[in-house]
Ligand binder design. Structure first.
Ligand SMILES: Nc1ncnc2c1ncn2[C@@H]1O[C@H](COP(=O)(O)OP(=O)(O)O)[C@@H](O)[C@H]1O
Ligand SMILES: N[C@@H](CCC(=O)OP(=O)(O)O)C(=O)O
Length: 377
């Protein structure tokens, strides 16, 4: 995303956006799902699609909707009751989104994730692949925490964190958090009417945490989890915009350049952030020895690493591990996230790309390390 701000204009040029909508908004403050609001957001999502913007929704509201359906007035304290409410409410939630998006000929996919799914590398990569395929098919994933299987220890607890993890997983260039306030204020506006709205701040600015308070009756984390989520997203180079979901045509107005809400900027762009993370990776799982052609392709032409230029594979690693690339003299050229396990890599080194598919018998990317996942020394 590139940013240009002037007066009440703020140009957000984004191609892939994660939009998180909180419980308080979705359930019309505990009155049951707000179908009118859902239809309104769905219409805007359809327009973003028309502009070529990819959209992933993270939708809360299952517990709140389950409570309404079961006529439970106060949020239960015990986990089984919360899980049961989530299971009941999630059905209504996904039906509402599917129906609303289908009016615009858009298919919806329900994706329920736990922290465990994203902590385990294989499941993390698989979840990412599935989401990217859904986006490619122009389907809108509607993500929520899998509350029914999530135990106390592994609960994200709030969908702000989940949304930030998803944004980082799929390389989103903007995270939009829609809530029941106009944005982030210098103190909780529910408690102090003189609070002032922040327009653009650095997500990593430590002073923000002291300004952010807890949540309302239906929401979970309040502003504090939103700021933490923004910091998490910023580490992957993704900025976060917090604004009110009640503002009419909010999503369209944002992409048209209106400076609504609070923008929490990331210090680096997505690719720089990823490369810095990789460069700081001292422990690598294995080593690839490159021939001179591959070294030149990487260092001079900034290309991805193809199996044809790899002479030797050392160590045992899995797909997604960080490995070191060295030249024929053993000098470090790059580190990067590898697309093959060491076993598959050994089968394809020295082979031209056409042969890689034949050898592995799979429909997969032929790059051993994509250039966006590589830090060059
Ligand atoms: N500095 C702040 N700026 C804005 N809102 C704040 C701030 N501190 C705390 N809040 C509270 O955070 C609430 C939004 O969070 P939450 O209730 O968890 O909603 P959601 O369901 O959208 O995640 C607001 O209604 C507000 O009372
Ligand atoms: N998974 C939960 C969402 C947790 C939650 O309340 O999040 P939020 O309202 O976004 O702070 C649900 O669907 O009810």
């Amino acid at each position: 995303m590139s940013l240009l701000q002037q007066g009440n204009q703020r140009q957000l040029q984004c191609k892939r956006v994660v939009i998180k909508i909180g419980s308080a908004l979705l359930t019309a403050n505990g009155q049951g799902l707000d179908h009118q609001a859902i239809n309104h957001w769905a219409a805007q999502v359809a327009m973003l699609h028309e502009q070529g913007i990819e959209v992933i929704l993270v939708s809360s509201g299952a517990v709140a909707e389950g409570m309404v359906r079961m006529k439970i007035s106060a949020r239960p304290d015990d986990l089984p009751a919360l899980q049961a409410c989530a299971a009941i409410g999630q059905m209504g939630l996904i039906q509402a989104w599917a129906g609303a998006l289908l009016q615009h000929q858009i298919q919806t996919a329900q994706v329920l994730l736990t922290h465990d799914d994203l902590a385990d590398r294989r499941r993390y990569l698989n979840a990412g692949d599935a989401l990217l395929r859904l986006i490619k098919w122009r389907v809108v994933p509607v993500i929520n925490e899998n509350d029914t299987v999530a135990t106390d220890e592994i609960r994200f607890g709030d969908n702000d964190t989940l949304a930030a993890m998803v944004a980082s997983l799929i390389g989103a260039d903007l995270l939009i958090i829609l809530t029941d306030q106009e944005g982030m204020f210098d103190r909780d506006p529910r408690k102090d009417a003189s609070a002032t709205l922040l327009s653009t701040v650095r997500a990593m600015d430590e002073s923000l945490l002291a300004m952010a308070g807890g949540g309302g009756v239906l929401g979970r984390g309040g502003m504090v989890t939103k700021v933490r989520a923004a910091r998490l997203a910023a580490k992957s180079g993704c900025p976060t915009l917090i604004t009110s979901g009640q503002t009419s045509n909010v999503l369209l107005r944002l992409v048209q350049g209106e400076a609504l809400g609070t923008l929490l900027t990331a210090d680096e762009d997505r690719i720089t952030a990823r490369k810095q993370w990789l460069a700081a990776h001292l422990q690598t799982a294995g080593r690839l020895v490159l021939d001179n052609g591959a070294v030149e392709a990487i260092q001079v032409k900034h290309r991805s690493l193809l199996p044809v230029g790899v002479r030797q594979v050392e160590g045992h690693f899995e797909r997604g591990d960080v490995v070191e690339c060295v030249n024929l003299n053993g000098e470090r050229i790059a580190v990067g996230r590898v697309n093959f396990s060491s076993q598959s890599a050994r089968q394809v080194i020295g082979q031209p790309s056409e042969r890689v598919h034949e050898i592995l018998g799979e429909n997969r990317s032929v790059e051993m390390i994509h250039r966006d996942h590589m830090a060059i020394y």
